[in-house]
Ligand binder design. Structure first.
Ligand code: 2NL
Length: 362
């Protein structure tokens, strides 16, 4: 008579066979070949899950293996062999797939890390100087070659340096807050770089030959030819016996070096509070040579700046004796000159800092 606690080996075999049938379906769902490293890694994880599910501690196989002790000792052999056979087959099939996947992953990783040394290098994109800086340096180079020093100073000034020392009287329209930027505590943003030259004359005394390039500020409404901040260069030459002819010769030489040896310069009488006499200067058009074109608006001449003999009051304010020394001075707009040279129809483009624009000029 059979013991009711004894298990029939057939029951054991059939549950193992059923579990293996499931495994058979599941393992076939894991592809042998992956199309990418990522899918291959996912398949590897799936294989790991199958290993746990079919061979792990809670797998049918493990449970059945424990139940073997309930089978009649004489009939354990077949059931045990069956469990062994499936454990081996499952292990082998998972191992085989895993090996293929691991080989693929290794190759894919190596391929991904390969550097193609025959590829052309990435071209570095070095920056370049701003067109106004380039223009300023060209101007500086010319004047340095003529024996001038380049001076720089503060951009925020007292009324003395911005107006009084320049012989600009109280009540002059340039002092109007409509024209000049003032800080709340009464300082002015310099409206010309003459301020630098006053400081330099006070410091160095006469004789002096210098240029002062830099930012200046005027309360203009922006338009194609105006910007409330722009760049100016002023020149100053003070010594014994300096005359208007030195001024004309210097400006003419500067313009020849700038625009070519054929350049002709002309002076027209004008008025500035800080010079007497005063003159504005024009040069023959560098495009048409004087016959008339779009650049010179058909006049053959291009207006560039102002100049004159330094007013005695200005020399005195800077501590230089006008009875001993005389001097000439001039001023011109750097951005206006850059706009001319590069054919820009709007100087504000120079201050927008759009690299697509700036890259065209260097
Ligand atoms: C212009 C006119 C000018 C000066 C600037 C100057 C400087 C000193 C003394 C006397 Cl320290 N004058 N500078 C003289 C005449 C004209 O600039 O049209 N600038 C854009």
């Amino acid at each position: 008579m059979s013991d009711p606690t004894q298990l029939r080996p057939e029951a054991l075999v059939s549950s193992v066979n059923a579990a293996y049938a499931d495994f058979d379906v599941e393992i076939d769902h894991v592809p042998d070949r992956a199309e990418s490293l990522e899918t291959a890694e996912k398949c590897l994880q799936e294989l790991q899950n199958l290993r746990v599910k079919y061979l792990g501690k809670k797998s049918v196989l493990a449970i059945q293996r424990k139940l073997i002790k309930n089978v009649d000792p004489n009939r354990r052999g077949d059931a045990g062999a069956n469990i062994h056979k499936f454990a081996d087959t499952i292990t082998q099939r998972i191992d085989a797939k895993e090996l293929r996947l691991r080989t693929f992953i290794l190759r894919a990783r190596t391929e991904r890390e390969t550097i193609d040394v025959t590829l052309p290098g990435r071209r570095p994109r070095p920056g370049h100087l701003h067109p106004i800086t380039l223009m300023r340096q060209r101007i500086e180079d010319i004047f340095v070659s003529l024996g001038y020093a380049v001076e720089d100073d503060r951009e925020i000034e007292t009324d003395f340096y911005n107006f009084d020392a320049l012989n600009i009287p109280e009540g002059h329209p340039a002092r109007d807050p409509q024209d000049t930027f003032y800080t709340t505590d009464g300082f002015a943003l310099r409206s010309q770089t003459s301020t630098v030259q006053i400081h330099a004359m006070q410091r160095r005394g006469a004789p002096v030959r210098m240029i002062a390039p830099g930012r200046v500020f005027r309360r203009d409404t922006p338009d194609p030819t105006h910007n409330p901040m722009f760049f100016q260069v002023e020149g100053l030459c003070v010594d014994r016996g300096i005359s208007m002819s030195h001024l004309k010769g210097t400006v003419a030489e500067f313009l020849r070096q700038m625009f070519g040896a054929q350049t002709v310069t002309r002076f027209r009488p004008s008025y500035f509070p800080f010079t007497e006499p005063s003159a504005e200067f024009d040069f023959s058009c560098f495009k048409c040579g004087g016959t008339g074109c779009r650049i010179c608006k058909n006049s053959g001449w291009i207006e560039l700046g102002g100049s004159g003999m330094v007013h005695p009051n200005v020399l005195r304010a800077a501590g230089v004796d006008p009875e001993v020394y005389s001097g000439f001075a001039f001023g011109l707009g750097i951005d206006r000159m850059a706009a001319l040279m590069y054919g820009l129809d709007d100087i504000r483009l120079l201050f927008e800092n759009d690299v697509r624009f700036l890259q065209q000029f260097y």
